[in-house]
Design a binder for this molecule. Structure first.
Ligand SMILES: CC(C)[C@H](C(=O)O)[C@@H](O)C(=O)O
Ligand code: SF4
Length: 429
């Protein structure tokens, strides 16, 4: 019996020639990503036991991103804790405020995360990194403490769900719509503890940014991680970041790999999709109900990348955000912010009446910089629409692609972005 990519990576990190789904292994971690929300708890555990050390300072990547710049004293203390630990332990890969941004997106772009590696972090969207052919997953603070101290974690080897996507996406349809469609089909627990491996000609043609959007949302279906095999697109992406093929290992699933389930998706049949409150699996076709919105948010580790911002600018150029709608655009990292500025995208957003914010998780999880009030209705490019996720529990969150968010911001009601192709409603020319 062959092995899946997930099995092969885990076997290589646990000293076994082969592993089988369900097997408990002790696995070496190549990278540990640390942010200021969950790391302090892990550090406290280690300190209380006199175990305050790191297994390898060059394999820890520290990036404050959730509550930065600090909005209150508690947040300032968490940031201080991360920063003082970084200094005390000689951690080299520290992306301070002003030099980083949302951790998952900073990491994917850094050249530090490479195919064949294992990555853990105290953050559920660590699965994002799986688009690079790495086994990347979120862990709790106790496992995080173990990883920081010993560079090892316990895993149960997951079974794999193969999602084979074929065909051309219609214009106006994006990877976000594909992943919302898959989660709608399988349910928010449809991939519980499964590795979600994406393949097929649609994925082969997709750029890395779109692939990260797919693997990022594995956790919204309960997945242990998302995975995409390395191809020329991945290799070129890594080469552009100075990573050479000798620095990584490519794993692919065997033809007779034991997939638990195979999902077939015809991309040409997928429409712009919106996940209605309060669960990401509650997808419907965008614009079916023209629901009035008070807020529009573009950002997060799912959809705050440069290609997302370009799509938003494409719709906003020459148009205005509807009166009564507060739109915020949050480039995911400093580098993306700079790129967006150079391309004139930020000017388009400001001209349209949107507010451009500094890179952070703030609005995505209702911490700062865009918290929703009672009964607010937000169309969001993020990944979670749980009760209270972005602020008041009575607020309603609808998840969608950046294009759908932009179209809805202009219309003032949830809309199909295909109506906003050049020359559509409100266009300047
Ligand atoms: C704060 C953090 C632990 C959390 C997570 O793990 O996902 C956050 O990033 C989120 O998206 O809800
Ligand atoms: S952007 Fe949102 S989903 Fe991503 S890590 Fe930050 S809070 Fe979590």
């Amino acid at each position: 019996m062959g092995m899946t990519m997930a099995q092969k990576i885990l076997a290589a990190h646990s000293g076994h020639a082969a592993v089988v789904p369900g097997q408990l292994i002790e696995c070496a971690t190549d990278l540990v990503l640390c942010h200021e929300i969950t790391t302090p708890a892990a550090l406290r555990m280690l300190e209380e036991r006199g175990m305050n050390r790191v297994f390898d300072p060059s394999k820890i990547v520290a990036i404050p991103d959730h509550s930065v710049p600090a909005m209150n004293i508690k947040a300032a203390k968490m940031y201080q804790k991360l920063k003082s630990w970084v200094q005390e332990q000689g951690i080299r890969h520290f992306y301070d405020v002003g030099r980083g941004g949302i951790a998952h997106v900073v990491l994917e772009n850094s050249g530090l995360l490479r195919p064949g590696q294992t990555l853990v972090s105290g953050d559920s969207h660590t699965c994002n990194g799986g688009a690079l052919g790495a086994f990347a997953t979120g862990v709790g603070s106790t496992d995080l403490a173990g990883a920081i101290y010993a560079g090892r974690v316990w895993f149960k080897v997951p079974e794999t769900m193969l999602i084979r996507v074929t065909g051309e996406m219609q214009p106006g349809v994006t990877p976000k719509d594909l992943v919302l469609e898959v989660i709608k089909r399988i349910g928010a627990d449809g991939a519980n503890y499964l590795a979600m491996e994406w393949a097929g000609d649609t994925i082969d043609r997709m750029d890395m940014e779109g692939r990260f959007t797919l693997t990022n949302m594995a956790i919204e279906a309960g997945g242990k991680t998302g995975l995409i095999a390395v191809d020329d697109t991945t290799r070129a992406y890594l080469a552009a970041r100075g990573v050479t093929p000798e620095q990584y290992t490519e794993y692919t699933s065997d033809p007779d790999a034991p997939y638990k389930v195979v999902i077939e998706l015809d991309a040409s049949q997928v429409e712009p999709t919106v996940a209605y409150p309060h669960i990401p699996s509650n997808g419907r076709v965008a614009g079916t109900d023209r629901i009035p919105v008070t807020h529009a948010y573009v950002g997060s580790c799912t959809n705050g990348r440069i290609s997302d911002l370009r799509e938003v600018a494409h719709i906003l150029r020459g148009r205005r955000v509807a009166d009564g709608v507060q739109m915020i655009v949050v480039p995911a990292t400093q580098a993306i912010w700079k790129q967006a500025a150079q391309e004139g995208l930020l000017e388009v957003f400001v001209e349209a009446g949107a507010s451009v914010s500094y890179p952070s998780c703030g609005a995505c999880l209702g911490m700062h910089s865009g918290v929703l009030g009672p009964d607010d209705v937000c169309i969001s490019s993020s990944n979670r629409n749980f009760v209270g996720r972005m602020g008041d529990p009575s607020a309603q969150i609808y998840l969608a692609s950046p294009a759908t968010v932009a179209a809805s911001a202009v219309a003032g009601v949830i809309s199909d972005p295909r109506e906003y192709a050049a020359g559509g409603p409100g266009a300047a020319d």
